[in-house]
Design a protein around this ligand. Structure first.
Ligand code: PHE
Length: 343
């Protein structure tokens, strides 16, 4: 091998090294031009020079040059492939994206406990075939009370400590902030005929304000009406609900209670059981319930001789406090993510 061919072999090897360091398609194009450009390409010129050599020299050098050319072309093709479908390695080499960099950890949010609970409830009841309906938060007395079988002069209208709206349309049917979600029963049954089952989650308002009450709170009302729906069905649905949403480790009891829109009316209490002794304690009142009063069915144009059903109204804030053992309802208001993340 002649001296000139040795040094040119070194030069091609330099080019091969250079190609290996290329990290962008632009640089790749540059080096391609430098080597194979039609007029000035180093390789192009070297190829052109072959014709000046003697036939013997030409044979040797042409062979070697072709080999080097083959090597460089392969390197360039491989590189082009890599750059067009970048892998982690190639990306790490390029300065635009450094995939090896550690990023600061992202702060994660947390859904507030109340909507979290309501979403879970919608899922649990959804699986049992219950529809979801949300009624208005401003209701005339007619829906808050009259259609729910509250007599006009009934003391129970005080029971709710109702917020009346300043602006009034009719003196005998004043606008209120709804005191419970039970008006949704009427609204739903005016639109849907039995057999039916639905839940009504939402905000409710009363002039209560202490550690366990706030003027705005949430209820989850349930309603099921059919040909032969009984208290046994009610019990099964409500117990299932508490077991799925609060705990499997609980005992339940039912006491009589009074609400004008159910007959008989009941209240359900629960008590923690199971391994965790810190959760043991008294009976906790969690829900009012009962069989839908015939007058309510009548008010919705449903024949009480043909249809019957049950209704219940869970206090959502109360259930969330029981579930997470939160002492004051005030802790549910600031929405502090440090508080929420504990659960
Ligand atoms: N509306 C009642 C309350 O606010 C709860 C309830 C709902 C009771 C449905 C019976 C049936 O206390």
């Amino acid at each position: 091998m002649s001296n000139s061919s040795k040094s040119s072999a070194g030069m091609w090897a330099e080019y091969a090294k250079k190609i290996k360091k290329v990290s962008t398609l632009n640089d790749l194009e540059d080096i391609e031009q430098e080597l194979f450009g039609r007029k000035q390409g180093v390789m192009t010129l070297a190829m052109k020079k072959l014709k000046d050599l003697s036939p013997d020299e030409k044979k040797v050098q042409a062979k070697e040059l072709n080999e080097q050319k083959q090597i460089l072309v392969e390197e360039l093709e491989k590189l082009q492939n890599d750059l067009e479908t970048p892998t982690g390695d190639v990306l790490a080499k390029s300065d635009s994206i450094d995939v090896t960099l550690d990023l600061p950890e992202k702060e994660r949010g947390h859904l507030h406990l109340i909507p979290e609970f309501i979403r879970q409830a919608e899922e649990v009841f959804g699986r049992m075939g219950f529809d979801v309906f949300r009624g208005p938060e401003i209701e005339p007395e007619e829906y808050n009370f009259d259609l729910l079988n509250f007599p006009k002069d009934h003391a129970a209208r005080d029971w709710a400590d109702v917020f009346y709206m300043k602006k009034q349309t009719a003196p005998d049917n004043r606008l209120t902030l709804r005191a419970h979600t039970s008006p949704c029963q009427v609204r739903y049954m005016q639109k849907n005929k039995p057999p039916l089952k639905a839940i009504f989650p939402g905000k409710t308002y009363r002039k209560d304000d202490d550690a366990t009450h706030s003027p705005m709170f949430h209820q989850l009302e349930g309603l099921m009406v059919g040909k032969d729906i009984t208290l046994a069905n009610m019990k099964a649905v409500m117990i299932k609900c508490v077991q799925e949403l609060i705990t499997q480790d609980a005992e339940f009891r039912f006491r009589t209670g009074y609400f004008p829109f159910v007959e008989p009316g009941l209240e359900m209490d629960m008590k923690w059981t199971g391994e965790d002794k810190t959760k043991e304690g008294d009976w906790l009142e969690i829900v009012g319930c009962g069989m839908v009063h015939p007058n309510v069915l009548k008010n919705c144009d449903i024949d009480p001789d043909k249809w019957q059903g049950f209704a219940f109204g869970f206090g959502v804030d109360r259930m969330v406090m029981i579930k997470h053992r939160i002492k004051s309802i005030r802790e549910l208001f600031p929405g502090d993510v440090r508080f929420l993340r504990q659960f």
